[in-house]
Write a protein that binds this ligand. Sequence first.
Ligand code: ATP
Ligand code: MG
Length: 334
Amino acid sequence: MRIFSGIQPTGRKHLGNYIGAITQYVAGQDRGDAVYCIVDLHAVTVEFDPSELRERTYDTAAILLAAGLDPARCILFRQSDVLEHSELAWLLGAVTAYGDLGRMTQFKEKARKQRELVSAGLFFYPVLQAADVLAYRTDEVPVGDDQRQHIELMRDIAIRFNNTFGEVFVVPEHRIPAVGARIMDLQNPESKMSTSNASDEGTVYVLDEPEAIERKFRRAVTDSGSGVRRAPGKAGVTNLIDILAAVRNGSPEEIEREFADAGYGDFKAAVAAAVIEYLAPVRERYEQLRGDEASLEDALAEGATRARAIAAATLADVRRAMGVGPNLGVGPPR
Ligand code: ATP
Ligand code: MG
């Protein structure tokens, strides 16, 4: 079984990314043939700083390795190293409905937040994402809940391509975690914790110092009532319960039972302590890995070579099926 997922090198990765995606990446290494990509081409769809993009890519690679990705058991690479992704994105544009792209909530939300330019790249983002996944004939895509709509779209794209040009693609399934698929901002628990939308005090970064984590949870927005339980109107507390459940690999019901008589202050302190302990080993390993940029670059380059071998074979089938390029005379599309 092929597993594929991508993560942006924008900003600093946060607890939502860690719980919703990165822990699933690590687990995926034991479940199948896992391919993970740092999507620097997606990062240029909103305002970004060119002098930082490469650095953030290394940061992200070091976080993923520190979290437990093992290049001996998965393929980890940088999107822009495998040119097939961008060519395939263009070709998939032929079977993507313009109207569907305009309906993507991520596009609408990110578009609203741009100060200067809403780029065409932001509009086309889900097509590049479809290319990332489909190039590897992926069976399963581990992602957070916010990516549901994009996965549906890439399934539609794969099906439309197969119906129009012949069976080339596997139609991927998403894999969304039962707990922690949507970690909310601690200051604004109605919005998801996000890289590009960072309210710094509401976002717990994987690399935050223990003091910062402690402070952010202490100041987390709750409600004027009491009772550690999940309920409508209690988005802040519900989020904290989900976080603690995910970090302990347990269920929200267990947390509610355990803290049935606790006040918000004690509960927040317990969540902070658990998150600090959870992230400490990652931060420690990160420091060692990040210091050796040459090794990170080697690991990414090696990953790209392995990724390219898979993506190039798919691209050859796509070109043949679409009549693009010379007739290489090698068999019908798969
Ligand atoms: P941006 O807001 O700029 O899109 P992001 O925080 O969503 O950034 P990405 O790199 O786009 O970060 O997402 C990487 C993975 O993390 C995706 O699988 C996404 O679904 C997941 N993810 C992102 N935010 C959350 C969250 N708040 N809770 C759970 N999973 C999340
Ligand atoms: Mg995102």
